[in-house]
Design a protein around this ligand. Structure first.
Ligand code: DAU
Length: 340
């Protein structure tokens, strides 16, 4: 079937965790949309994440980096109605080891996309951002009007991207929106993040590394709720605005660890290692998501059920994560954890 005649959306980073959930959802729920995924296929990308939709005639894939203007042009082709930017370096620990790639992708890459939107008159640009730009939140919850105070190289690079996006809106009237999501969990998450790392370690009878005292607080959002929130902001958001997408499930890391130990039949004494804390570790994030809720979005997945199903997904899908954990990941794991 020809790749013409419908609304065309460019999803950058569509082979990653949240991007692929968005692609699967859009092709299922929006029959008048066709999607081009532009993805550089870095370590965190995986074609398996979109396998169930890759045969859909409304799906197209372009391998390329958002820092490469020619690749962005190729993805856009004759026209596009929207660009949704999921492409990013996302892992805080990796940003502490090697910050430069974060600046390239998260700041320069965002700039290259904004230029494409401006030059080609694309109708909407959604920047998928993070609650980490607000920095450590001792008490209360961050609203969209709060100052940004990023504290890790990762968070600073995302904040740099957000500032470019808002500056383009102010200067050129570029039609932009920003979503800032909280910690996301669910199927197909690369096992460097807390939940999939701990679940897969525990399935493998390997101890889990809890940073510092483990009393840090994160606010958890299911990936399907996150993807739906981004779609809702794309379709209903007011241009130039930021929308927080928070899960409303604040938990200390040790609470999460206990649930995962129980779900996998392991015990604290044998399977938890307290290791040196992350440098500059933010103690707590918390989002006030009432603005997105006023727009008509709300998270639906209960955290308890979502976490249980996520553990089951990793149990049932070893064929997805085993190759990952035996590849590049091994070197990273050694560098990250051996000396802790
Ligand atoms: O808040 C949204 C952000 O959530 C996203 O913007 C980031 O891309 C994403 O990586 C995530 O950042 P965090 O640093 O909060 O996620 P991570 O899964 O790395 O860690 C969650 C918490 O668990 C954090 O307090 C650090 C702790 N942790 C993490 C790992 C990987 C451990 O105690 N041990 C670990 O081995």
């Amino acid at each position: 079937m020809a790749f013409v005649g419908q609304r065309h959306w460019i999803v950058t980073g569509g082979l990653g965790f949240i991007g692929s959930a968005f692609v699967r959802m859009v092709l299922r729920d929006r029959t008048d949309v066709r999607v081009t995924v532009l993805d550089a296929m870095t370590y965190a990308a995986n074609p398996e994440n979109v396998r169930e939709v890759a045969g859909d005639p409304r799906y197209r894939f372009v391998r390329g980096d958002i820092c490469d203007a020619a690749a962005v042009r190729e993805a856009i082709g004759d026209e596009a109605a929207a660009i949704i930017n999921f492409a990013a370096e996302t892992h805080v620990d990796r940003s502490i080891l090697a910050p430069e790639q974060f600046l390239k992708t998260d700041v320069l890459g965002t700039h290259i996309l904004l230029e494409a939107v401006r030059e080609q008159g694309i109708g909407r640009f959604v920047q998928v951002s993070t609650d980490e730009v607000y920095g450590d939140v001792e008490q209360g919850s961050s609203t969209e009007d709060d100052p940004i105070r990023p504290r890790s190289p990762y968070a600073a690079s995302k904040a740099g991207g957000d500032l470019q996006v808002l500056a383009y809106h102010n200067t050129y009237g570029t039609p932009v929106l920003i979503t800032r999501g909280s910690n996301t969990y669910g199927p197909y998450q690369y096992p460097e993040k807390l939940i999939p790392l701990f679940v897969t370690n525990l399935i493998d009878d390997t101890p889990v590394p809890v940073y510092g005292d483990g009393r840090q607080v994160r606010d958890w959002l299911h990936v399907d709720d996150h993807a739906r929130g981004i779609l809702h902001v794309l379709e209903h958001g007011e241009l130039g605005n930021v929308y927080n997408l928070g899960g409303g499930n604040s938990r200390e890391n040790i609470e999460i660890t206990k649930v995962l130990l129980e779900a996998t039949g392991r015990s604290w004494d044998t399977h938890v290692r307290h290791v040196t804390d992350r440098a500059g570790h933010d103690r707590r994030y918390s989002l006030d998501a009432s603005k997105a809720m006023r727009l008509g979005w709300q998270p639906n997945v209960s955290f308890e059920a979502g976490l249980r199903e996520t553990v089951e997904w990793y149990r049932a899908n070893e064929a997805w994560w085993r190759p990952i954990k035996s590849g590049e990941f091994r070197e990273y794991y050694k560098t990250q954890y051996a000396s802790r």
